[in-house]
Design a binder for this molecule. Structure first.
Ligand SMILES: Cc1cc2nc3c(=O)[nH]c(=O)nc-3n(C[C@H](O)[C@H](O)[C@H](O)COP(=O)(O)O)c2cc1C
Length: 240
């Protein structure tokens, strides 16, 4: 199995200690990306990625990481809590991937989010990272978050979640998405039908064939979620 680790902490300390413990439960190849060493300039808000990610002035730094994610089976992504949010390092990377919200691609990837904090904010930050990954298309996201100042890190729960993550990655099984993921997918799918919408999104949804499906075809939807997908798609059709 191939795992990519994106470390959003500028140092290898509390958050990295959790990663080191997780690695003990996983078998495979690991590729570590220390964002601090990537020197990715701040997203300058040029909007160019929406017209094609290769237009981003920082494409040479951002895209190799996205390409690694496309080839990986599992992603471990981490951040300490800084001022009740992710670090600017991680947020800057996420901002550079905003185009993936329009053109989700990582439907086979499984993720494990790791967050540490001194005392507060870890649950909300882990939730934000979980949602970010799902906007990228990631199939299933596991979470580990610890308030190190209060409780320290709990080795038993790390091992338990890491093993569940490992078994899931190794199974290759794809899970049914959450309802919100089905809804967002169908918002972007609907936009892609609109003649006035960003041409690159329209091309992506057409060329990948995603435009023809209630959700990424490799991911099975039960009858209820299929129904939700159809209702939302038709509702958005009427609304826009
Ligand atoms: C700039 C900065 C901001 C922080 N903000 C918070 C915060 O809002 N709430 C909190 O409980 N801890 C906060 N912390 C503490 C870190 O989240 C905590 O020590 C974390 O485990 C550090 O992880 P690391 O060792 O991987 O860097 C902050 C630390 C720094 C350096």
């Amino acid at each position: 199995m191939k795992y990519v680790i994106i470390n959003g902490s500028p140092r290898k300390k509390n958050t990295w200690a959790v990663v080191k413990q997780i690695k003990k439960s996983l078998d495979g190849e690991f590729e570590e990306i220390q964002l601090i060493k990537q020197d990715i300039p701040i997203c300058n808000g040029c909007f160019k990625c929406f017209d094609g990610e290769e237009n981003c002035p920082h494409f040479d730094k951002v895209n190799p990481i996205v390409e690694k994610l496309k080839k990986a089976d599992g992603l471990i992504i981490t951040s300490p809590v800084y001022a009740m949010n992710v670090t600017s390092l991680l947020k800057n990377y996420i901002d550079h991937t905003a185009y993936l919200y329009h053109r989700p691609a990582l439907f086979k990837l499984k993720g494990l989010v790791v967050v540490t904090t001194a005392g507060a904010g870890h649950k909300d930050v882990a939730k934000y990272m979980d949602e970010t990954l799902r906007h990228w298309g990631v199939n299933k996201v596991y979470k580990l978050s610890f308030a190190c100042g209060n409780e320290g890190i709990d080795i038993k729960s790390i091992d338990k979640v890491a093993k569940r993550f490992r078994d899931d990655v190794e199974s290759g099984k794809l899970h049914s998405p959450k309802i919100m993921d089905v809804i967002f997918y169908n918002v972007w799918r609907r936009f892609a039908l609109d003649e006035n919408h960003i041409e690159r999104d329209r091309k992506y949804w057409r060329e990948t064939g995603l435009i023809n499906h209630d959700f990424a075809p490799e991911v099975k939807l039960g009858i209820f979620k299929k129904l939700i997908a159809k209702i939302m798609f038709n509702l958005f059709k009427k609304m826009f």
